[in-house]
Design a protein around this ligand. Structure first.
Ligand SMILES: *Cc1c(COP(=O)(O)O)cnc(C)c1O
Length: 307
């Protein structure tokens, strides 16, 4: 039994008219946990459970932690999420609402993660937010669906944080005979760990994260995400926070869905000057979603960025 649901892919008339291309949106924002994360994490949790795991442990206060909590409830398995004190009350509440135990420890993710590692016993499974082949295989199911749902696109656009989604998208393209479909990897300025890896020819540690797109805030991409640049046609696109927020407003106005700037980055990439985009006639954007957003927060960011 899969933990994720099959999501629709819809043609976006508004984005198609604006870009002069056939734009489709794969609606991962409709997953019960609010983001695509439930695909990979749900798959990994099922595999770890079949190998004997009695508890799932995470150190993410974001969409990954929430997806682990959701998967735990679906699999009737206890979940512990260790988060730093900086994690919002709302995020903690969401995770608790799935029946997971939330432990608040330390001032930064590093400290929370160290605590989570200490808690690990032989019958616990740790769910990494992006660097786990089981996650990539689970994420790839979105492309299996896409292949059943319509014709081959000329281009796929997805967002990149630590690179788990990118690894899953490429795995999915390759296993569906779409290995020649190129991918735009979208990030915001201030979370551009993939762009830096491409620039430096190796995964590179960003000095810090300076963007509101916190779900993209991995300071370094996983090795596999960088290695894929040698195997698959992937172009890096970096957009501003202002462009990501404007794209969230565009999705809200045109499709009445509320998504995080981490997701808006992929939509904003549609409006960027990209060689791959120029050549593409039909484009699929992975609308990856995210629960770290409210109508009030988006309005505030729009005011801040003057969009
Ligand atoms: C996790 C996440 C991303 C980035 O995914 P990675 O696998 O870390 O690259 C993008 N958008 C949202 C909404 C996310 O939750």
């Amino acid at each position: 039994m899969a933990i994720h649901i099959e999501t629709p892919v819809i043609a976006s008339r508004a984005l198609s008219l604006r870009t002069g291309k056939q734009v489709r949106l794969k609606l991962e924002a409709l997953q019960p946990s609010g983001s695509f994360k439930t695909r990979g994490i749900g798959h990994a949790c099922e595999v770890y459970q079949s190998r004997g795991a009695k508890r799932f442990i995470s150190s993410s206060g974001g969409n990954a932690g929430y997806a682990v909590a959701y998967a735990g409830r679906m699999l009737a398995t206890p979940v512990t999420v260790v988060v730093p004190a900086t994690t919002s009350q709302r995020a903690q509440q969401l995770i608790r609402s799935e029946g997971a135990e939330v432990i608040v420890h330390g001032e930064s993710w590093m400290e929370a993660n160290a605590k989570a590692q200490q808690l690990m016993t032989a019958t616990d499974a740790f769910l990494h937010p992006f660097d786990d082949p089981l996650l990539w295989t689970g994420h790839a199911s979105m492309i299996d669906e896409l292949a059943r749902q319509g014709e081959r696109p000329d281009l796929v656009i997805c967002s990149v944080g630590g690179g788990g989604l990118l690894c899953g998208v490429v795995e999915g393209l390759q296993r569906n005979g779409w290995g020649s479909v190129p991918v735009i990897a979208a990030e915001t300025a201030g979370t551009e760990s993939f762009a830096k890896a491409v620039e430096n020819g190796a995964p590179t540690l960003l000095p810090g994260i300076s963007s509101i797109a916190t779900s993209l805030g991995a300071r370094q991409v996983c090795d596999r995400a960088f290695a894929l640049t040698q195997e698959h046609h992937i172009e890096s696109v970096v957009v501003s926070d202002a462009a990501a927020v404007a794209a969230c407003e565009e999705i809200l106005l045109e499709h009445r869905m509320l998504v995080e700037p981490a997701c808006g980055a992929s939509v904003a990439a549609l409006h960027s000057a990209s060689p791959l985009l120029e050549q593409a006639r039909s484009v699929v954007v992975i609308l990856c979603g995210g629960v770290g957003i409210t109508a009030g927060q988006l309005a505030q960011w729009s005011a801040d960025f003057g969009s």
